[in-house]
Design a protein around this ligand. Sequence first.
Ligand SMILES: [Zn+2]
Length: 196
Amino acid sequence: MGALTYQSLDDAIDHFLQTMKSGFPCVKLTRTDGEATRRYKVEPPFQSLREFKPLDAGELQIQYKNVANMTQTENQQWIKTWVFRMALTIAHELTHFFTGYKTGDARPITPPNVSVPGWEGGEAGRAWEVATFGGIVEFWSDGNDLNQPGEPIIFADLGRDTEGRPVSARYVEAFAGGSKSRERETGKESPRAPLL
Ligand SMILES: [Zn+2]
């Protein structure tokens, strides 16, 4: 691994995001496990942060079924929730690209201290969710209609007995509408985690 330097973490995040915007990695819709994943190239893609090229950093793979279901629903509330869910999915994966950006490693492993309670080892995406939303967001659906995105439920950690709280529909609506509000209101009920 080459010597990688940056002025500050803020500078690194800013440069990473600007660079990702200027040339996003290849996106593939696949039958991946879960919501999405990355596939990295074998060789280290770059030797310094300033050489980082998103197209060489790997590809973003998204669960094609979710995209198909999202585009087929005509329920306006569901569409908003799908936008919220997809944004979380992609932002989660971007944190893993950011790990590669910072380490210069072609197959970056998240440092173990970048994680959340209840998860073994590092998990940058989950850590980002806790930092951004105050918890881990899961989507629960009754499975009756594949086009439904599920109800977003937020959990403080990944413990099996941790109770979740529904994310406020108002927040999801504002988020899907592009609001920059930092409001993180959640509902008052506390259903038990359906599965984790
Ligand atoms: Zn992850």
